[in-house]
Design a binder for this molecule. Structure first.
Ligand SMILES: [Zn+2]
Ligand SMILES: [Zn+2]
Length: 179
């Protein structure tokens, strides 16, 4: 998915597209800590505005995914909103970066560059989708996780193991520091 600067008219440019399922699956696997699977179709809405050579891009897409809870290891479905806005500027020629560029950057908007007069929306979407994904997905904020001693799913059953009221990652840390 590419956007040419000439496509962005006076009133900006709206693009609405279905995301390619194979592409999305590919984005979701690989470098991530958790394995996310795509559930259903995904539509992305992109709005582009031009101000001189700057391009303001905003996009939204709700990702419907399935993954494993990082606490109890059960599969569950989750919705991840991928909403972002970016300012794109033409990539400065090397050695010509002006000090104005620093002043212009706003904290709430991430700044990116485009090359030539074409914006690679696919690459931007890939980055933003990965950023939107939770590092430690949880099936619910109240998920009790697994017992660090016997491994039972504490959401479904209780056990009589003696354990401190800390999460399992801290238990590991404690054991490590003891030795
Ligand atoms: Zn869980
Ligand atoms: Zn137990």
């Amino acid at each position: 998915m590419r956007l040419s600067l000439t496509q962005i008219g006076e009133d900006g440019c709206q693009i609405e597209r279905d995301l390619d399922m194979d592409w999305l699956s590919q984005v979701l696997t690989g470098k991530l800590t958790s394995d996310f699977r795509v559930v259903g179709e995904h539509r992305v809405r992109i709005n582009a505005q031009r101000m001189g050579l700057d391009v303001y891009l905003s996009a939204e897409c709700v990702l419907r995914l399935q993954t494993e809870c990082s606490a109890c290891m059960q599969d569950f479905e989750l919705e991840v909103p991928a909403v972002f806005s970016l300012t794109l500027k033409p990539r400065p020629q090397s050695g010509q970066a002006s000090p104005d560029d620093v002043e212009l950057s706003r904290e709430d908007l991430e700044e990116c560059f485009y090359e030539g007069d074409v914006i690679d929306l696919t690459e931007i979407l890939r980055e933003q989708i990965i950023l939107a994904l939770p590092m430690y997905p949880r099936c619910s904020p109240d998920c009790k996780g697994l017992c660090p001693v016997c491994g039972i799913d504490l959401n479904q059953k209780a056990c009589d193991c003696r354990r401190d009221e800390v999460d399992s990652r801290l238990v590991v840390l404690k054991t490590l520091t003891k030795n």
